[in-house]
Design a protein around this ligand. Sequence first.
Ligand code: EPU
Length: 356
Amino acid sequence: MQIRENIKLASYTTLKVGGNASYFAEPTSTDEVIDALRWAREHSLPVFVLGGGSNLLVSDAGFNGLVLHMAIAGIDTRADGDKRIYSVGAGEEWDTFVARTVEDNCAGVECLSGIPGTVGGTPVQNVGAYGQDVSETIAQVSAIDTTTLERVQFDNEACKFSYRQSRFNGCDSGRYILTQVDFALRADGEPKIAYADLKRHFSNSIAIAAVPSLAETREAVLTIRRAKGMVLDENDADSRSAGSFFKNPVVSVAEYEQIAAGSSVPVPHFDAGQDLVKLAAAWLIEQTGITKGFVLGPVGISSKHTLALINRGGATAADVLELKKTVQRKVRERFGVELHSEPVMLGFNSPEKECP
Ligand code: EPU
C-alpha cells in the first residue's frame, strides 16, 4: 500500500471544498489498515478515515495527518432462517449494496436508496431516510480499535444507535475504524412504506390495496430524492452538498407549544417520545426568510431542499461556515432553538464528546 503526500481532499468530498491531507493511503484489507495505523503511530500523526466524503466538511487548512480512504471491498451473503446476512466491506459504495439487496428481493434497506457514500460510514451516524435507518438491520460491525490495533466486533446493541448517532460518532468518536458491516435482511420481505412522502407517491400511482415491490420502492425513493437534489448528479448544482447540513432539532413539548403559540401557521412536528418533539429544521430555517435558492457569495441553499447547503462554485470551507453560522443565528433569534450541524468536520477544533 502506497502512502502519498499532499493530496487535495476537496475532490474526495461531495461539497468539493477543503485543503490537503499531508498523507493519504487506500487500504484494501484489514491488515493494510493496521499497517497504516502503525505507520501513523511511528510518525506521531493523527488518522482520519474517509469513506464517500458525502457527509464531510474539510477545513481550508486541510488535515495534517494520514487520511485512510477506505477501499475494503466485497459483498458476501449467507442464509440464516428467513433472514439473509450480507457481510459488506466498509469501502463498498452504499447504493451498489442497496441495489444488490433489492435485486435479491431482500428487504430492510430499500428506503435508503440513492444515499451517497460508502457502507462503512453508515453505522457511524446511523444513516436514515424515508422511515428507515441502518440500525434496524445491522447485525454486527467489525472494526479495528486504534488504541490497541486489535480487531473487535460489536453487535447491534453495543453500537448504541439513536437518531443520527452511535458510539462511533459519540463517546468513542475516532477510536474505531470500521472494516465490515453485517446486515440481516428479510428474504422475500415487504418494503417499509411508512414515510409520508413515500405513501403519497404510491397513493398517486398504485391501487391502495397493492403492496409495492422492493424494486418499485427503490425507484420511488430515487425519484423523490432526485426531486430534492439529494441524488449526486454532476449536472445538478443542487447536489453539490453534504446532504442535510443540520439535524432536525428535538425539543420539549413545552418549547414546541411556545413556538406553536407564536406561529400563525401550523408548525410541522413529529413525536420523539418521552415528552419530546422533533421539529423540521428546514421549516424553521424558511420561517427566518432564508429559503430555497438563497445565495451568500459562492455558497447558498439548494433550490430544491432548504436543509442542503451547496457550493455554487469555488467556495471555501470558510464560506460554508459563514452560511452555517448565519442560519444558526437566525433560527436562534427567531425561535430560541439551536440547530446542530450534521456533517463531520475535519481539520477544525472539535469539542470532546461524553459517553452516555
Ligand atoms: N420542509 C420545509 N422545506 C424544505 C424541506 C422540508 O419546510 O425545503 C419541512 C416540511 O414541513 C417537511 C419537513 O420539513 O414536511 C420534513 O422534510 P423532509 O421530508 O424533506 O425531511 P427532512 O426532515 O428535512 C430528513 C433527513 C434526510 C432524509 C429525509 C427523508 C435529517 C437531518 N434529514 O430530512 O436525510 O433524506 O428526512 O427521510 O434527518 C441527510 O441526513 O443527509 C439526509 C438527506
